[in-house]
Ligand binder design. Structure first.
Ligand code: NDP
Length: 328
């Protein structure tokens, strides 16, 4: 393929951002020791912020957005990868500082890639995407803190979103009782289908609350931040833990030390972008075994390359349910 399709975000002298679908050549690609034919990508919240320009996600201009892909290696000078290998990439600044996934070709450092586990197709890998892989990291963080199903329910905020919907699916398969917090109660049947046993309205958590509330859950997976995270922490049972990975409501955390010093509650930070390779490999291997692929299908909407820009706008407006996968 001499030229290939790509989405390019540019900025003019007045720093006004524009987005176009264009044709690029392999020579245009940035430095890297592995070139990949992108087979599937997805739309994460961060991709929505990059394409709409709502937050300063892009830090190199022009930029091919897209923070994650699944594809097949075309050429490699990296010791761990050879032509024909099936790979996954999540994060490492791809789509932010290094040209990313919204193109039919990507050139990256082999240190950023992992081999796609057997049992997960390229399409399934990107149905999971960075959101789903982050959900797995959150579950692993809770497990490492000994939050077992016997200790009580786990609350998942932003339940209809990518992180939330995959987190519910994994937790329910692992035997946890899951409480889903959502602003879209009309999706209750969908959330119950994924394995939530109780649905609460997100307004219960999104306003300023008390430093300590009734003890409701042993753990939490929070993709929302701000007052929601503060209230989730304040309502966590003695010795419980909350994995925090997102900021859909806000990046502030208007909390107090009370849950930490009176109930021994722990706040577990989860980052997917720079997570070490061994942690990534463990998370992806766990996804192959602990995520019900029928539920993944149920929470996934499939689009083509041409649907990426629209879906990126939709995710920032909170209009996407579950996950979106784009076949490139
Ligand atoms: P989505 O947009 O798919 O989901 C976010 C969900 O949050 C929405 O579906 C909605 O759920 C809820 N929500 C949206 N706005 C608000 C609001 N104002 N107040 C309360 N709830 C709200 O995004 P993702 O699931 O892909 O990502 C979730 C968050 O996690 C994002 O902030 C993202 O940047 C972050 N993230 C972090 C990663 C990391 O490495 N730490 C990796 C991946 C994502 P509902 O309709 O059910 O209420």
């Amino acid at each position: 393929m001499s030229s290939f399709k790509a989405i390019l975000i540019s900025r003019d002298e007045e720093k006004k951002q524009s987005v176009e679908v264009t044709e690029l050549n392999e020579n245009d690609l940035m430095e890297g020791d592995v070139t990949v034919a992108v087979e599937a990508t997805t739309v994460n919240y961060k991709d929505g912020l990059a394409i709409t320009g709502k937050s300063p996600v892009v830090r190199h201009w022009p930029m091919v957005p897209g923070i994650d892909f699944a594809g097949r290696v075309i050429s490699s000078s990296h010791a761990d990868f050879a032509e024909g290998d099936d790979v996954i990439l999540n994060g490492f600044g791809v789509g932010e500082t290094h040209w990313g996934a919204y193109a039919q070709r990507a050139r990256v450092s082999g240190d950023w890639l992992i081999k796609r586990p057997a049992g997960i197709s390229a399409k399934q890998a990107m149905s999971i995407g960075t959101a789903g892989y982050t959900a797995m990291l959150c579950v692993m963080a809770l497990e490492a803190h000994d939050i077992t199903p016997e200790r009580g329910p786990v609350v998942v905020t932003g339940a209809n979103g990518g992180v939330g919907s995959v987190a519910i699916s994994i937790l329910s398969k692992l035997g946890y009782e899951v409480i889903a917090s959502t602003g879209r109660p009309q999706e209750a049947d969908f959330l119950k289908g994924l394995g939530a046993s109780e649905i609460i309205d997100r307004s219960e958590l999104s306003e300023q609350g008390r430093p300590l509330g009734k003890e409701r859950w042993a753990g939490g997976v929070d993709a929302v931040g701000s007052h929601t995270l503060a209230n989730v922490i304040a309502q966590t049972k003695y010795g419980g833990a909350v994995a925090a990975c997102g900021l859909a409501q806000g990046f502030d955390l208007p909390s107090s030390v009370m849950p930490f010093i009176l109930r021994g509650v722990s706040l577990l930070g989860v980052d997917s972008v720079m997570a070490p390779k061994a942690v990534r490999e463990e998370a992806w291997s766990r996804l192959a075994s602990d995520l019900d692929m029928n539920k993944l299908d149920a929470l996934t909407t499939e689009i083509g390359f041409d649907g990426l820009i629209g879906a990126a706008t939709d995710i920032v407006e909170g209009k996407i349910r579950g996950r979106v996968v784009a076949l490139i």
